[in-house]
Design a protein around this ligand. Sequence first.
Ligand SMILES: NC(=O)c1ccc[n+]([C@@H]2O[C@H](COP(=O)([O-])OP(=O)(O)OC[C@H]3O[C@@H](n4cnc5c(N)ncnc54)[C@H](OP(=O)(O)O)[C@@H]3O)[C@@H](O)[C@H]2O)c1
Length: 308
Amino acid sequence: MRAAVLTSYDTPPIYGEYPDPAATGEHDIVVEVLAAGLHHLTRAKANGSHYSSTGTLPLVPGVDAVVRDATGRLRYAALDDTAFGTFAERTVIDVRRSVLLPEGIDPVRIAAAMNPGMSSWVALRRRIAFQEGQRVLILGATGSAGRMAIQIAKRFGAARIIAAGRDITRRKSLPGLGADQVISFDEVHAAADVDVVLDFVWGAPAAEAMLPILTARTDRSIPLAWIQIGSIAGETAPIPSAALRAARLHILGSGIGSVSPRDFIAELPELAAAVTEGALDVQARAVPLAQITQAWTDRSGERLVFVP
Ligand SMILES: NC(=O)c1ccc[n+]([C@@H]2O[C@H](COP(=O)([O-])OP(=O)(O)OC[C@H]3O[C@@H](n4cnc5c(N)ncnc54)[C@H](OP(=O)(O)O)[C@@H]3O)[C@@H](O)[C@H]2O)c1
């Protein structure tokens, strides 16, 4: 069968022939791949830098996909750590890590949305007890995950959503998604009185945002949950010690490990339903899998979805 094959962590995958997958585990099934998104997690696993990378080469990248099983049913599937990913005509899924989808859905939209959407969905549902009426700041709101976070916080009943992003042009579309206020990173003090920060950037921008936010709070004894979800601006952040003393700051993370696979899977059906109903705006660009080598270095900001 045809697949994208990665033989080195330093070079992009190449489209070519690869042996067909085989189901080995009790819950494994071989499926036809319809659409698979190129997420940051996919890239990080493919360059060996992600904490869940297996170190096995060659590998077929791809961490999730919309697939069709042997009985003809459509599913969204998220793979476990595996060297046999979804950037192929066929792959193997653990059926317990999949959710059935209705016929007639757009596989590209689902494949684009589930990974970035799940990041804030799971953070708000499984890492904190998010309450209707709470106020949310999103750091990195211009990206795929940040745009979804605005819409998901709204759906979960946030009273106020403040979206912080870098790119001026991309910021312009955020009110249309539900952001009550859109700011630059230099203006984060305007978000002092939020209850939750969904942080997709980490690194220096997050560390530098902490004191301006915390010291401007009307009541510093009200808890602030700072949920570290992405680290696009830096793996480490020099957090000022005063940040932990000056206000009731709780820093926690959300991702594979801090949320169990069972809890992730439990949230998939509702998110998939929200996307299929068209309740969430999704930006995606379908690309033939045969073009993976050229597309791998694309930095347009659109979520690319490979179609075998
Ligand atoms: N833990 C999880 O469950 C989970 C799930 C999905 C994603 N993530 C992570 O979340 C992060 C964002 O993912 P995504 O899918 O939204 O990526 P994306 O669509 O490529 O967007 C990247 C975002 O990061 C911003 N950014 C990049 N470098 C920055 C910097 N130096 N300072 C400030 N902002 C910067 C971009 O801002 P501009 O466009 O304004 O320049 C944009 O908003 C990634 O680290 C990803 O791995 C985590």
